[in-house]
Design a protein around this ligand. Structure first.
Ligand code: FAD
Length: 425
């Protein structure tokens, strides 16, 4: 049974590539020339979309706007925090995307005029488009948690965008005395990568167990339930007995304010002063989405799930974490699948065709220790104006031998390789 389930999940994971390939090459024959497509944001969604557009129709003029010359990936960044991996393994350049014929501009988009279809850049220049893809990922909401602003993030890192924040959290763990308390503040949904806080708690516990065994991890959570909860909790009992405590929403775990001066986190139930405080605050779509008028009062962007066209602004598509994906979780896997489906829809729209109903496949791996991982996969289709999960996904079994967890840890590495090659070459 375990093997069967694993096979099913593996087929689903392979299906990501298969779906991409067929979508990509089906469109090549009827594509139209020279439409100008501008993509804002060179992360998993934007980079994958820019490449897919060129693969579908090499005549499309595709421009990618991204201020950073090196992208730093979040998947596997929890391993960097735990000292199991170096940050260089998370870094990707845009060389391959340029070689694919995409014009990459290393600036930020600062303004969008949807009526004139013009994007203003940070260097004062501007760019016209026929269709715009917004893929700016998330921004941390510095207005949502009392005491948590940009200065506080330098003391209590969120590490929810990979790079300096990731390294800061790692350094704080390295500097901590044995016997210290590490606190993780976890926000309510929606958030980028819902299972990642629990993966992070697990890998921090692994670091502490091997280097500072008298230390503890506490998770202060604004939710009662979380993805793959039984798998995580069983792993914590097995690998880190007595090291990880979680205070759920109904136990008073919701964080209401923080005090960076004393490294104190205040919850509905009490105050926690930690040696290391990893505060993951509420999030919203990247700021440019709001500037474009594509974000609603939730801070996220409503879209038509067939074309990814914004429900608020014309000729703008929104993909990745920034969009309201319904049942599809905010993940690199989802961003990549949305990117390819959106590219196919755009190629159809600019050539006067009818977009097809997308079928998105996503998989997510959670690593709780070296050689110990489990996974969750899902298949999603538009239903009632949103993405809804349909049959075909699955989760790793709760009771499984360690060999399966070990195999899934290998699968996680392969997944990372596939998804980063699809986005960055
Ligand atoms: C700790 C952690 C672990 C994770 N693990 C996994 C995992 O195992 N599997 C998984 O599937 N997902 C995982 N994720 C989630 C994954 O990282 C995100 O879902 C994914 O990066 C979303 O892709 P995106 O393109 O929407 O955003 P991003 O990848 O963040 O890319 C957004 C890009 O837009 C750019 N940008 C923003 N504003 C502008 C602007 N104004 N002009 C130009 N460019 C702009 C940014 O610089 C950035 O490069 C994890 C996340 C975290 C935090």
């Amino acid at each position: 049974m375990d093997a069967l389930r694993l096979m099913t999940r593996r087929n689903v994971v392979r299906g990501i590539a298969a779906t991409a390939a067929s979508t990509t090459f089906l469109r090549a024959s009827n594509a139209q020339s020279a439409a100008r497509i501008v993509v804002i944001g060179g992360g998993f969604a934007g980079a994958s979309c820019a490449r897919a557009l060129r693969q579908i129709d090499p005549k499309l003029q595709v421009t990618l706007i991204e201020p950073n010359r090196t992208f730093v990936a979040c998947p596997f960044s929890n391993e960097v925090i735990a000292g199991l991996r170096e940050i260089e393994a998370q870094q990707f350049t845009y060389e391959r995307i340029i070689a694919d014929g995409v014009t990459v501009i290393a600036e930020a988009a600062v303004k969008i005029d949807p009526q004139r279809r013009v994007v203003a850049l940070s260097d004062g220049k501007s760019l016209s488009y026929d269709r715009l893809v917004l893929a700016p990922g998330i921004d941390v909401r510095f207005d949502a948690l009392s005491g948590y602003d940009e200065a506080a993030a330098a003391r209590m890192p969120h590490a929810w965008k990979a790079g300096e924040q990731t390294l800061l959290l790692r350094k704080q763990l390295e500097a901590m005395d044995d016997g210290g308390l590490v606190a993780l503040a976890v926000p309510a949904a929606p958030l980028r990568c819902p299972p990642a806080p629990y993966e992070r708690a697990s890998l921090i516990a692994h670091y502490l167990k091997t280097r500072k065994p008298r230390s503890k991890v506490i998770i202060l959570d604004a939710k009662d339930a979380f993805p793959q909860q039984r798998l995580f909790e069983n792993a914590w009992k097995e690998l880190y007995p007595g090291m990880i405590e979680r205070v759920s929403l109904s136990q008073g775990g919701r964080v209401t304010s923080v005090d960076p001066a004393t490294n104190t986190i205040v919850t509905d139930f009490g105050n926690y002063t930690a040696q290391v405080a990893n505060v993951i605050p509420p999030q919203k779509a990247g700021r440019i989405a709001e500037i474009a008028g594509a974000a609603d009062n939730t801070g996220w962007c409503p879209i038509d799930p067939v074309t990814f066209v914004s429900k608020l602004v014309p000729d703008i598509h929104v993909i990745g974490d920034a969009c309201i994906g319904g049942g599809i979780p905010k993940s690199a896997s989802a961003a990549n699948a949305q990117a390819k489906a959106c590219a196919a829809a755009i190629a159809n729209l600019v050539s006067g065709g009818q977009p097809e109903m997308p079928r998105l496949v996503g998989a997510c791996y959670n690593t709780v220790a070296p050689g110990y991982a489990f996974s969750l996969s899902g298949v999603y289709q538009p239903r009632d104006g949103m993405f809804a999960e349909i049959e075909g996904g699955g989760t790793s079994p709760v009771d499984a031998p360690r060999e399966l967890r070990m195999r899934e840890a290998d699968d996680a590495q392969s997944w990372y390789k596939t998804i980063t090659v699809e986005a960055f070459g």
